[in-house]
Write a protein that binds this ligand. Structure first.
Ligand SMILES: Nc1ncnc2c1ncn2[C@@H]1O[C@H](COP(=O)(O)OP(=O)(O)OP(=O)(O)O)[C@@H](O)[C@H]1O
Ligand SMILES: [Mg+2]
Length: 217
């Protein structure tokens, strides 16, 4: 079997109360994994731990064969810039810039070209000259997804990426994400409240009773 993209071992974390304990999680190339669970169960926290933004109280995360604990700030920055793509529920586009300028910021940093194919698939190619403020919420969301994919990340972490989209557009976004990971041998970790979006993934875990319980796969 190929080397995992992400391997988390024995992860525990606590804020005001213990969120989860002794969690193991592995993501392989071309694999999509959904994490579901009640509001406040710690899904976003777990995603932050997997994606270098939070150190767990206990346990170890290996991303692309790097032990995060052993990396310098510069090395973590490099991982974030080239290898990790993060899609949040609330997009963060630069307001005064056009859609194309927003996407170009990311591709310039990672040394990639803007991928026309992805813009077409997301049905936003005709909106590139529009300013962020002239786009609808769902269009902005798709521009921010195009921005993430255009830098060609090896792992995508998506936290409710389809939360504010209609069903048809949400399906389209999921198709684009799943096509992307299959074509590029990357992986997807998706946090969602939407059972239909979760079902489109290879595996589903529910974060409950402080554990990841297997629901599919
Ligand atoms: N930086 C922080 N400091 C203190 N408590 C935090 C912090 N981040 C999250 N929490 C708490 O940890 C718990 C889990 O939060 P988290 O955002 O991971 O939940 P979630 O499962 O993503 O919920 P939702 O489905 O509502 O997005 C919450 O009770 C939250 O208040
Ligand atoms: Mg959350």
């Amino acid at each position: 079997m190929s080397t995992p993209l992400l391997e988390a071992t024995d992860i525990s974390h606590t804020f005001d109360y213990p969120l989860f304990s002794h969690i193991d999680f592995t993501l392989y190339p071309k694999e999509s994994i959904a994490i579901v669970g009640r509001s406040g169960s710690g899904k976003s926290t777990l995603l932050h731990i997997f994606s270098t933004f939070l150190k767990p109280l206990e346990g170890e995360v290996k991303l692309l064969d790097h032990r995060l604990l052993g990396l310098s700030e510069d090395e973590i920055e490099t991982l974030r810039r080239y290898d990790i793509g993060i899609i949040f529920q609330f997009h963060y586009l630069f307001k005064g810039m056009s859609a194309l300028e927003n996407i170009s910021v990311a591709t310039m940093l990672s040394g990639e070209k803007v991928d026309e194919k992805i813009l077409k698939k997301l049905q936003i190619d005709h909106l590139m000259s529009h300013k962020t403020s002239e786009l609808s919420g769902g269009e902005q969301q798709r521009v921010s997804i195009a921005r993430v994919l255009s830098k060609k990340p090896r792992i995508i972490f998506a936290d409710e990426p389809t939360g504010n989209l209609d069903k048809e557009t949400a399906d389209l976004v999921m198709d684009v994400l799943l096509d992307y990971i299959r074509e590029t041998e990357s992986g997807l970790v998706l946090v969602t409240h939407d059972p239909q979006m979760a079902q489109m993934c290879d595996r589903i875990y529910a974060l409950e009773n402080r554990q990841l319980e297997v629901k599919k796969g």
